[in-house]
Design a protein around this ligand. Structure first.
Ligand SMILES: Cc1cc2nc3c(=O)[nH]c(=O)nc-3n(C[C@H](O)[C@H](O)[C@H](O)COP(=O)(O)OP(=O)(O)OC[C@H]3O[C@@H](n4cnc5c(N)ncnc54)[C@H](O)[C@@H]3O)c2cc1C
Length: 468
C-alpha cells in the first residue's frame, strides 16, 4: 500500500497523457486528484466509434513500434488488447495514376525501398542537427538522385510513386513538407518492431484501461478550464482554476495536457499571469498540423479482400495542389479497415485536410468516388451507403491533429514545452501531451510517456520513489 500524499492535483484533459498521469499518481498514493475534461467524452485524439459492421478510428489508428520502450504497446500487451496480433503494411494494395494505370509492383517496391533508405540516411546522419533546410528540399534532392539511376521508361511511374509517398509523409507530419524542418524529422525517433493495430475495441480499449484505474468521479466531463490563476495569493497559495460551467477548483499542482493547437489559441487568456515569454514563444513557433480521414461504407466491397488498398500516385505534372479546391490531390490512399469488410478509409493532410472540413459530406463522397473510378479506370466503385469525415481542425479542444517541428521552431521545442512553471522548487504548472515529448512527439506513446513523466516529476518533489 503506497503512502498517502497529501496534495491536490488537477489534470486538464482526459486524453491519454492526462489519464496516464492521473492513473500513475493514484497508484502511487495521491488521493485528491481531479481530471477536468472539456468535451463530453474521454480519449481526446483517440476516438473509436461504431461504423459499418465494426468500428472506425477517427484519431489514432495504430501503435508506432511494437517495442518494450513503447508505453502504449506494453499497456496494450499487459491487458491482452493485441489479440489477435495484427501488423500493418502501409503500402498494401497498388499504386495507380490519374490516367487509370496500375504501377508495376517492381517499380513500386524499388521506390518504396529507396524512400525508406532516404529516411534511414537521415536518421543516421548528424547533419540534420544544424540544418536549416526543409524536409522537402532534402527529400526532393534525394528523389532526383534516385530517379537519375532508374531506367528512363520507369521514371514517370517512379516519380508518381514518390509523389504518393510524399503525401503519406504529409499525413505522418500533418503538414506540407516544405514547412517541416529537417532537424525536426531527424529528432523524431522511430521505434523498432513495426506498426501494430488494436483489434477488438480499438483505442477505446486502451483509454478504458486507464480510466478504470481512477476512482469513480475523478473525471469531470463538459468542464473546460478557462483560466488557471497560478499565482493566486488569495486562495491559500493554491492555484485557482475557473471552468466554463462555473465550477471552480483549487489545487497545489496542475498538469496541463491540452493540445498544442488549443494552447496556441488560448494560452494568453488561459494562464493568469501569462506564461513566461520563452514558453509563449515556443508555443507560438512550434508547428501543429491537420490530418483527417474519410470513411466510405459500401453496400458490398468492389475490391478483392486484402488487396483493397488504392494508392493515389499523381504523375508529376498533376501532383501539385494549386488551390484548396484541389484538396483531393492530398489523399494518400484508400485502405481497407480492420474487421470492417465494407469500409474504406482515405487519408488526407495539410491545408487540404482543413478545406475538407468546410465541404458538405455529399460533395466529399462524390469526389472520392469520381477519383476512385478514375484511378482504377473502372465504373465499379458505387456511391457509398454512408460517409464519415473527421474534422480535427474544427474540434474546439484539439484545434488540429498533432505537432511538428516547423522551420521556425526552436531545436529543443519539446523540452521548452515540457518545462514546468515553478514557484521556488515547487513545480506548479506542469505540461504533458504529445507535443512535449522530445523524440516521440505526435504519437500516443509520446503522449502517454509525457503524462507518466509529469506524474514522476510530482512524486519526485514529494520524495516518493516509484517504478513505472
Ligand atoms: C487523425 C489522427 C491520427 C492519428 N494517428 C495516430 C497513430 O496512428 N498512432 C499514434 O501513435 N498517434 C496517432 N495520432 C496522434 C495521437 O492521437 C495523439 O498524439 C495523442 O492521442 C495525444 O494525446 P494527448 O493526451 O496528448 O492529447 P489529447 O488526446 O488531445 O487530449 C487532451 C484532452 O484535453 C482536453 N482539453 C483541452 N483543453 C482543455 C481545457 N481547457 N479544459 C479541459 N479539457 C481540455 C481535450 O478535450 C482532450 O480530451 C493521431 C492523431 C490524429 C488526430
Amino acid at each position: 500500500m503506497p503512502a498517502l500524499i497529501n496534495t491536490d492535483v488537477v489534470v486538464v484533459g482526459a486524453g491519454i497523457a492526462g489519464l496516464s498521469a492521473a492513473a500513475h499518481l493514484v497508484k502511487q498514493g495521491v488521493r485528491r486528484i481531479t481530471v477536468l475534461e472539456a468535451s463530453n467524452r474521454i480519449g481526446g485524439r483517440m476516438r473509436t466509434q461504431p461504423f459499418g459492421s465494426g468500428i472506425i478510428e477517427l484519431g489514432a489508428n495504430w501503435i508506432h513500434g511494437a517495442s518494450l520502450n513503447n508505453s502504449v504497446f506494453t499497456l496494450a500487451s499487459q491487458h491482452a488488447l493485441l489479440t489477435p496480433y495484427v501488423t500493418l503494411n502501409r503500402m498494401e494494395g497498388y499504386c495507380y495514376t490519374e490516367d487509370g494505370h496500375a504501377i508495376s509492383t517492381d517499380v513500386t517496391e524499388k521506390v518504396v525501398s529507396a524512400y525508406h533508405q532516404i529516411g534511414k540516411d537521415l536518421e543516421e546522419s548528424d547533419s540534420f542537427k544544424t540544418s536549416y533546410v526543409s524536409y522537402e528540399e532534402f527529400v526532393d534532392t534525394r528523389i532526383d538522385e534516385c530517379l537519375s539511376t532508374m531506367r528512363q521508361s520507369d521514371q514517370r511511374d517512379a516519380k508518381a510513386v514518390f509523389n504518393c509517398l510524399k503525401n503519406r509523409d504529409r499525413f505522418h507530419n500533418g503538414s506540407d513538407l516544405g514547412d517541416c524542418s529537417l532537424k525536426g524529422i531527424g529528432i523524431y525517433e522511430e521505434l523498432p518492431g513495426g506498426e501494430v493495430k488494436i483489434p477488438g475495441r480499438g483505442m477505446e480499449g486502451i483509454i478504458s484501461v486507464l480510466h478504470n484505474c481512477l476512482p469513480h468521479g475523478t473525471v469531470h466531463l463538459d468542464t473546460e478550464v478557462l483560466t488557471i490563476q497560478w499565482r493566486d495569493t488569495s486562495s491559500n497559495n493554491q492555484i485557482k482554476i475557473v471552468c466554463s460551467n462555473g465550477d471552480i477548483f483549487y489545487a497545489d499542482h496542475i498538469i496541463v495536457t491540452s493540445s498544442l493547437g488549443y494552447l496556441k489559441k488560448h494560452h494568453r487568456s488561459m494562464f493568469v499571469p501569462p506564461l513566461p515569454t520563452w514558453k509563449q514563444e515556443t508555443i507560438d513557433r512550434t508547428g501543429f498540423g491537420t490530418v483527417n480521414k474519410i470513411f466510405l461504407e459500401f453496400e458490398k466491397p468492389f475490391w478483392t479482400r486484402g488487396r483493397g488498398g488504392v494508392k493515389f500516385a499523381w504523375t508529376d505534372k498533376e501532383a501539385e495542389m494549386k488551390s484548396p479546391s484541389e484538396w483531393y490531390k492530398r489523399i494518400f490512399a484508400f485502405d481497407e479497415v480492420l474487421n470492417n469488410p465494407n469500409v474504406l478509409v482515405g487519408w488526407i493532410a495539410t491545408e487540404a485536410a482543413v478545406h475538407l472540413e468546410s465541404l458538405d459530406v455529399s460533395e466529399v463522397s462524390q469526389t472520392c468516388i469520381e477519383f476512385l473510378r478514375r484511378f482504377l479506370s473502372s465504373p465499379s466503385p458505387e456511391k457509398p451507403k454512408r460517409v464519415v469525415v473527421s474534422s480535427w481542425k474544427n474540434d474546439p479542444w484539439a484545434c488540429g491533429s498533432y505537432s511538428f517541428c516547423a522551420m521556425e521552431t526552436p531545436n529543443d521545442f519539446a523540452n521548452q514545452l515540457m518545462d514546468p512553471v515553478m514557484e521556488g522548487r515547487k513545480p506548479v504548472v506542469l505540461f504533458a501531451g504529445e507535443a512535449t515529448h522530445f523524440k516521440w512527439y505526435s504519437t500516443m506513446h509520446g503522449a502517454r510517456s509525457s503524462g507518466l513523466r509529469e506524474a514522476e516529476r510530482l512524486l519526485h518533489f514529494y520524495n516518493v520513489s516509484s517504478h513505472l
